[in-house]
Design a binder for this molecule. Structure first.
Ligand SMILES: Nc1nc2c(c(=O)[nH]1)N[C@H]1C(S)=C(S)[C@@H](COP(=O)(O)O)O[C@H]1N2
Ligand SMILES: [Mo]
Length: 224
C-alpha cells in the first residue's frame, strides 16, 4: 500500500469492519433458502424506502477537476478520462433494485451514466481477461467476473433519481451491478482493472462471498 493509503486505512471504522467480519464468521442473516430471479425480493431481504449509507467510515471528497478514471490491465486500449470527457461519452439510463448484504433492498433506483458495454467497446478487453477489479478513492476494492460486468444492466453512474449521486453514496461516480449484492457496486470509483487472475477485494478477503448472488443468498464465503 502507498503511504497515503496506510494513513487513510488508519482512520477506517475498524469496529464496524470487525463486526461485519464477525457476521460472516457466524453466518448471520442466512435463511437457507434460495429464490429464482423472477422473485423480486431475494431471500432474507426486506424492502426499505430510505437509502442507507454503508462505507468504511471514510467518504472521500473528489472535486470533479481533480477526478480521474483509469481503465487498464488486460485491455487492448488502456484509457484515462477527466470528468468532462467521461460525461461526454454516450449516456445510458437504467432503473434497478439494490440488494445489500445487510438485508435491505431498495426498489426502482433510476441511474444515469455510462454503460459497462460502452466502456468495454472502448477499451477492448484482451481474450485472456476474465475478471474486473474495482479500485476506489477510499482504498476499497471489489471483484466481479468479466461476464457479470458485461451484463446489459451494469453502469458507471453519476446520477440517481435525477440528481447527481451524493458524496456519501459514492459521487462523483460509482459502479452499479444490480444482480449482485451491493458491496460489489464500488462507490468513488477511480480505477477499473481487467485481469486474467481474480483478486478478491476488501470484503471478499473478510469472509464475504467471492461472487455474491442475492437470489442464491451468497452472503458469506463457504470456506469459513
Ligand atoms: N468505495 C467503496 N465502495 C463501496 C463501499 C465502500 O465502503 N467503499 N461499501 C459497499 C457496500 S458494503 C455497500 S452495501 C454499498 C453501499 O452503498 P450506499 O452507501 O450508496 O448504500 O456500497 C459498496 N461500495
Ligand atoms: Mo453492504
Amino acid at each position: 500500500m502507498a503511504e497515503d493509503d496506510v494513513t487513510l486505512f488508519g482512520k477506517l471504522k475498524s469496529k464496524l469492519i470487525d463486526s461485519k467480519q464477525k457476521w460472516a464468521q457466524e453466518g448471520r442473516l442466512l435463511t437457507g433458502k434460495t429464490a429464482a430471479h423472477q422473485v423480486r425480493l431475494p431471500p432474507g431481504q426486506r424492502q426499505v424506502e430510505t437509502w442507507p449509507v454503508l462505507d468504511l467510515g471514510v467518504q472521500p471528497e473528489i472535486p470533479t477537476h481533480a477526478w480521474r478514471l483509469f481503465v487498464d490491465g488486460a485491455v487492448e486500449t488502456p484509457m484515462a478520462w477527466k470528468w468532462g470527457e467521461f460525461t461526454d461519452l454516450p449516456k445510458t439510463r437504467l432503473t434497478s433494485d439494490i440488494h445489500c448484504v445487510t438485508a435491505w433492498s431498495r426498489y426502482d433506483n433510476k441511474w444515469e451514466g455510462v454503460s459497462a458495454r460502452e466502456l468495454l467497446a472502448l477499451v477492448k478487453p484482451k481474450a485472456a481477461a476474465r475478471h474486473v477489479i474495482f479500485h476506489s478513492y477510499d482504498t476499497y476494492t471489489t471483484n466481479v467476473p468479466l461476464e457479470d460486468f458485461a451484463a446489459d444492466d451494469v453502469l458507471l453512474a453519476w446520477s440517481w433519481n435525477g440528481e447527481p449521486i451524493s458524496r456519501e453514496h459514492g459521487g462523483p461516480l460509482r459502479v452499479v451491478i444490480p444482480k449482485l449484492y451491493f458491496w460489489k457496486s464500488a462507490k468513488w470509483i477511480k480505477r477499473v482493472e481487467f485481469s486474467e487472475l481474480d483478486k478478491p477485494g476488501f470484503w471478499e478477503v473478510r469472509g464475504y462471498h467471492n461472487y455474491g448472488d442475492p437470489w442464491l443468498e451468497q452472503r458469506y464465503d463457504e470456506e469459513i
